[in-house]
Design a protein around this ligand. Structure first.
Ligand SMILES: *[C@@H]1O[C@H](CO)[C@@H](O)[C@H](O)[C@H]1NC(C)=O
Length: 195
């Protein structure tokens, strides 16, 4: 049976090394707690208003505490495997600083993803709508397309609150690891704020 997670695996297997070019300015890693809103080692500020968040999201569909649940079954012929047009997952996934689940938790990814590609009309893809709810209190709102056949998917940052008020930017989304019914996604969030 092919699931969303198998699609993530397919993406992982197709993964290539991506070279992300950073602005040619000196990167300054914020000291934890320095300004009262710092989110710790996962946040780098590369200029007064340019930020990079490096996060790992744990998409857990099984186990004692699943954090992602299929709430709507789609319709029609399978898009791939047993994934169908309209399949809807709601998530409250854990975000950590490192790739393992016991790494320091830095927030939650709360939102939904919906399979929005018709069968045979293109690659399987989902619409992702989520808030990255950071432990320090700020949020980043992400909306975008997750074409699971791509090694790196790009989604839009459409807003934020707190430290990230007025944020705009993008997320580079990769599958870091996969096991049955569970995936770890690596998110590089690049955003600009007004101050
Ligand atoms: C979706 O379909 C599967 C397989 O028929 C079923 O096990 C599951 O309960 C359904 N889920 C929902 C939310 O309808």
């Amino acid at each position: 049976m092919t699931t969303h997670l198998d699609l993530e695996l397919a993406a992982a297997l197709a993964a290539i090394v991506l070279h992300v070019s950073m602005p040619a300015v000196v990167c300054r890693r914020l000291a934890g707690g320095g300004d009262g809103t710092s989110t710790g080692g996962m946040l780098t500020t590369t200029a007064a208003n340019l930020h990079h968040l490096h996060l790992f999201m744990h998409d857990e569909h099984t186990g004692p505490t699943p954090t992602a649940v299929l709430i709507v079954n789609g319709t029609g012929a399978p898009v791939t495997g047993d994934v169908r047009f309209g399949d809807t997952v709601v998530m409250d996934n854990v975000l950590t600083e490192g790739p393992t689940r016991d790494s320091r938790q830095v927030g939650r990814a709360q939102g939904t993803y919906v399979t929005t590609s018709l069968p045979r009309e293109g690659p399987p893809a989902m619409l992702v709508s989520m808030n990255l709810v950071l432990t320090a209190g700020s949020t980043v709102t992400v909306v975008g397309r997750n074409d699971v056949t791509l090694p790196v998917r790009e989604l839009a940052v459409v807003g934020g609150t707190g430290r990230f008020r007025m944020a705009t930017g993008y997320v580079l989304w990769k599958t870091r690891s996969w096991r049955p019914k569970s995936a770890v996604l690596e998110l590089d969030v690049y955003l600009r704020t007004t101050a």
